[in-house]
Design a protein around this ligand. Structure first.
Ligand code: NI
Length: 169
C-alpha cells in the first residue's frame, strides 16, 4: 500500500467525468488499497479516484474516519437511484484544503453500484453518509462542492482562495 498525492483545486482532472470500472483485477485492488490508506492518512471521510489522478468511477468512504473498522465502504460505479428530502450542512474537500461552506444535499439517498470485486450492491443512507456519497459521486462526475454554492458565494471563494494560495506559496 502507498499513500498517493491528492490533486488540488483547480487541477483539471477534478473537472472531468470519470469512466466506469469494468476490470476488477489486481490494478484496481491496489488502487483501492492505496486510496483507503490515503484517505485515512489525510484524514478524510471520502476520496474519489480522480482525486488521486485516476479517472475511474471509484470511491472509498468511511464517515467514522477510521474509528470503526467495519464502516469502510468501497464503491465502484455508484449511482443515486432514489433520494428524499433536503439538508444543508457544512462541507469540505481534501482537494480544496482549508475551505468549508454550507451545501444543500438530499437528506436520504439510495445508491447502487459494485463492490471491490464487481458484485452488485445497494445501500441506503442518511446524515453524514448520505452527504459523503453525494459529494463523492459529484467528484466522479467532475463536480466539486464549490460548484453547488451560489454564484456570488463562488466568486467570493475564487478570489479568497487565490489570495490565500498566493500568500502561502
Ligand atoms: Ni471532495
Amino acid at each position: 500500500m502507498a499513500i498517493r498525492e491528492i490533486k488540488k483545486y483547480p487541477d483539471e482532472i477534478l473537472k472531468k467525468k470519470t469512466e466506469a470500472v469494468d476490470d476488477f483485477g489486481d490494478d484496481l485492488q491496489k488502487l483501492i488499497d492505496d486510496m483507503v490508506e490515503t484517505m485515512y492518512a489525510a484524514p478524510g471521510v471520502g476520496l474519489a479516484a480522480n482525486q488521486v489522478g485516476v479517472p475511474k468511477r471509484l470511491t472509498v468512504i468511511d464517515v467514522s474516519v477510521g474509528n470503526e473498522e467495519t464502516s469502510l465502504i468501497v464503491l465502484c460505479n455508484p449511482e443515486i437511484i432514489c433520494h428524499e428530502g433536503e439538508e444543508a450542512n457544512e462541507e469540505g474537500c481534501l482537494s480544496i484544503p482549508e475551505y468549508t461552506t454550507m451545501v444543500k444535499r438530499f437528506g436520504k439517498v439510495t445508491v447502487k453500484g459494485h463492490d471491490r470485486h464487481g458484485k452488485e450492491v445497494e445501500l441506503e443512507a442518511d446524515g453524514l453518509l448520505a452527504r459523503a456519497l453525494q459529494h463523492e459521486i459529484d467528484h466522479l462526475n467532475g463536480i466539486l462542492f464549490v460548484d453547488r454554492i451560489g454564484r456570488i458565494k463562488k466568486e467570493f471563494f475564487k478570489k479568497r482562495y487565490k489570495r490565500e494560495k498566493a500568500v502561502s506559496s
